[in-house]
Design a binder for this molecule. Structure first.
Ligand SMILES: C[S@@+](CC[C@H](N)C(=O)[O-])C[C@H]1O[C@@H](n2cnc3c(N)ncnc32)[C@H](O)[C@@H]1O
Length: 272
């Protein structure tokens, strides 16, 4: 890591990803090559064709997630949903269909270019039960107990202050509210060279929490009924791609990270 705060580097890189998506390029999570526009195993094939049908193409091409949280969260008509790190808005738009006209969906993002892209996608999709807010996971601009469900897609790993982000998620949830988040999670230990690599942080890997650590932090923030379910586990070839893209000695380290990075669906509840 260098001296520039990681948050500034994250903003700069995701601003560039928004620009690429807007100009028709693809974007994806998972390392430097991914950020430069190549497809990768983390971001590809997350949504069914029936789900993306009718969504603005820039919302689909800006998809930078690692799961499909609005499908897994089991949203209901009339609920209020908050998407942490909403990017180009794909999960906000999908959630807006699920909660219907009586529901409301907030997308929160700190990167101006992503917010502009998401608002443009909202305009094209002619969706009115949605609002994109500028702000950070660590300081959510919503009142206490105002949200039924928190979703997020591959963003908690990017936060430099995860305890603060989880405390904010807990604060804005109503009693009985659900935390239903897709994220990259680590199983076991990964080498320090991987943890220290900025490109791998931007690519949603280096900042990913170990699964037990994630559970502990959620409980410390006040959550109950915590569970972490793998949705994809990355094999040695995937690891080789991530590492090579980040300029790391892939031959040496890929076997050490094989099977340790996974995309997972993380659930928890704020007790009523
Ligand atoms: C990997 S992308 C995921 C975007 C979106 N969830 C998706 O699935 O396409 C990460 C997004 O989170 C935003 N982000 C990262 N860290 C953030 C933070 N601490 N607070 C608010 N937004 C953040 C970035 O600007 C970017 O739009």
């Amino acid at each position: 890591m260098n001296d520039t705060p990681i948050k500034d580097i994250v903003k700069e890189r995701y601003a560039a990803a928004a620009f690429r998506a807007k100009s028709g390029g693809s974007a994806c999570c998972g390392g430097a090559s991914a950020i430069a526009g190549a497809r990768d195993p983390i971001t590809s094939n997350l949504y069914g064709a029936d789900e993306t049908l009718g969504l603005p193409s820039a919302a689909v091409s800006a998809s930078l997630g690692c799961g499909n949280p609005s499908a897994l969260a089991e949203l209901h008509e009339g609920e209020t949903v908050l998407d942490l790190g909403s990017g180009g808005g794909i999960d906000v738009l999908l959630s807006s269909r699920r909660v219907g006209p009586a529901g409301r969906v907030y997308g929160l993002d700190m990167t101006d270019e992503m917010l502009a892209l998401a608002r443009e996608n909202q305009r094209i999709a002619k969706v009115t039960n949605v609002e994109f807010l500028k702000g950070e996971l660590e300081s959510v601009p919503l009142p206490d107990e105002s949200v039924d469900v928190i979703i997020s897609n591959c963003v908690v790993n990017l936060s430099a202050d995860k305890d603060r982000a989880l405390a904010e998620a807990f604060r804005v949830l109503k009693p009985g509210g659900r935390f239903a988040v897709s994220d990259v999670v680590v199983r076991g230990e990964v080498p320090a060279d991987v943890r220290r690599n900025v490109e791998l942080w931007i690519g949603c890997l280096a900042g990913a929490m170990e699964e037990k650590e994630f559970e502990e932090r959620l409980k410390r923030a006040g959550f109950a009924d915590v569970s972490i379910t793998p949705t994809r586990i990355y094999d040695v070839e995937d690891a080789r791609d991530f590492l090579a893209a980040a300029g790391i000695d892939a031959d040496a380290l890929a076997p050490q990270v094989e099977g340790k990075f996974m995309s997972a669906f993380v659930r928890a509840r704020k007790e009523a």
